[in-house]
Design a protein. Structure first.
Length: 261
């Protein structure tokens, strides 16, 4: 059975998420998520302590992705303009755990290149594009490496970073500004106009991403918890459903006709 492209992750991962991703753990705290473009006085701080303001923008982006790999773990939170939120903790080379929310919350665990998701039965039925709510109630769906589901982007930290930060950036960066209490330089993504703020002191790690048009806590994504412990608890085998092993509606209909005959 072919998985349908999930409506929860579509706009989040295909459009603006090609340049960034995160979900908001506390979307009510708008002061912490107000786009810098709306509050910045334009005053510059001292030059970047780590020298990234002297490097070409594409090299800085490469250093950002490298820093995430070296951190081994990190967390992405935020709310997109498309209305989705993400709160995912990544473990580079191993997996991830967290939630993705649009109309309903989807829990996610990834390990060893396999992604497991669970939610209410109707949401899971939408993911597999089949009316099988009773079959998958209270279960986890297994999304194998062959799956076409957009949740596959969360398979582990390195793959996620390459997917969402691996876009072309404009040659000119912003000046050094204060972002969430940290001096940072802004990289502008050429395709969507979003801004990725990178720490200008210490490791050149991402601080937050602002979508073009971000406002009032929407379209702001943050990176944090670098090097913090991330526990990946894969669901028990008895609680997992492999969509590829489920009969399609057509197969069930044929079986019904044969039994009637």
């Amino acid at each position: 059975m072919q998985l349908a492209c999930c409506r929860l992750a579509g706009p989040l991962l295909v459009a603006t998420l090609t340049a960034a991703v995160t979900a908001c753990g506390d979307t009510d705290d708008e002061s912490a998520a107000t786009p810098l473009a709306e509050i910045s006085s334009g005053e510059e701080t001292a030059p970047a302590e780590n020298g990234i303001d002297e490097l070409p923008a594409d090299e800085v982006l490469d250093l950002v992705i490298q820093s995430l790999d070296e951190a081994e773990t990190y967390r992405v939170q935020g709310t997109t303009l498309a209305g989705s939120t993400i709160d995912i903790s990544f473990k580079v080379g191993e997996g991830s755990v967290g939630t993705v929310t649009t109309d309903s919350e989807v829990e996610l665990v990834a390990s060893d290149d396999v992604v497991y998701i669970t939610s209410d039965p109707s949401t899971l039925a939408d993911v597999v594009d089949e009316d099988i709510e009773e079959t998958i109630a209270d279960k986890w769906l297994l999304l194998s490496p062959e799956s076409s589901s957009n949740f596959r982007i969360f398979v582990e930290g390195s793959e996620f970073a390459d997917a969402v930060l691996g876009s072309e950036v404009e040659d000119e960066m912003t000046s050094v500004q204060e972002v969430d209490g940290v001096p940072a330089v802004g990289l502008i993504f050429a395709e969507n106009g979003g801004t990725l703020w990178v720490a200008a002191e210490g490791e050149p790690r991402p601080i937050r991403f602002e979508e073009r048009g971000a406002s009032g806590g929407s379209g702001v994504l943050t990176f944090s918890d670098f090097g913090e412990e991330v526990e990946l608890s894969v669901p028990d085998e008895d609680d997992v459903v492999d969509p590829s092993e489920l009969p399609s509606s057509a197969e069930e209909e044929n079986e019904g006709e044969e039994s009637d005959g």
